[in-house]
Design a protein. Structure first.
Length: 107
């Protein structure tokens, strides 16, 4: 089944769908309040994300670092964000996103 990249006002999702209409239906079902901005058929059956483009370089695992900072901070988000910034050199917004995304995964 082909892959479609569907961009809404807040998300970019990859969906396996028979056609463009099915991909739009997928997005509408899962994010009914968001406007669909574009739907693009992916030319291959794989989705590749550049780690370098996301700022992930070397052996650093941002999730592992964020979980480690949360553990050191005993779950205190603000302290974990500070520790993450210190450990990675990431700005405040990037550190907040990394820590919060790991908190939502059940730290």
């Amino acid at each position: 089944m082909p892959l479609f990249e569907v961009e809404t006002t807040s998300h970019i999702m990859i969906a396996c769908a028979e056609d463009t209409d099915s991909a739009r239906a997928f997005a509408s079902t899962n994010y009914p309040t968001e406007e669909i901005l574009r739907v693009v058929h992916r030319p291959r059956d794989a989705w590749v994300i550049s780690k370098k483009l996301l700022g992930i370089q070397g052996d650093s695992d941002p999730c592992h670092v964020a979980r480690d900072c949360l553990a050191k901070a005993a779950g205190d988000k603000l302290h974990a964000v500070r520790l993450y910034m210190q450990a990675t050199g990431t700005d405040l917004e990037g550190a907040r996103k990394a820590v919060e995304s790991n908190m939502s995964r059940g730290w």
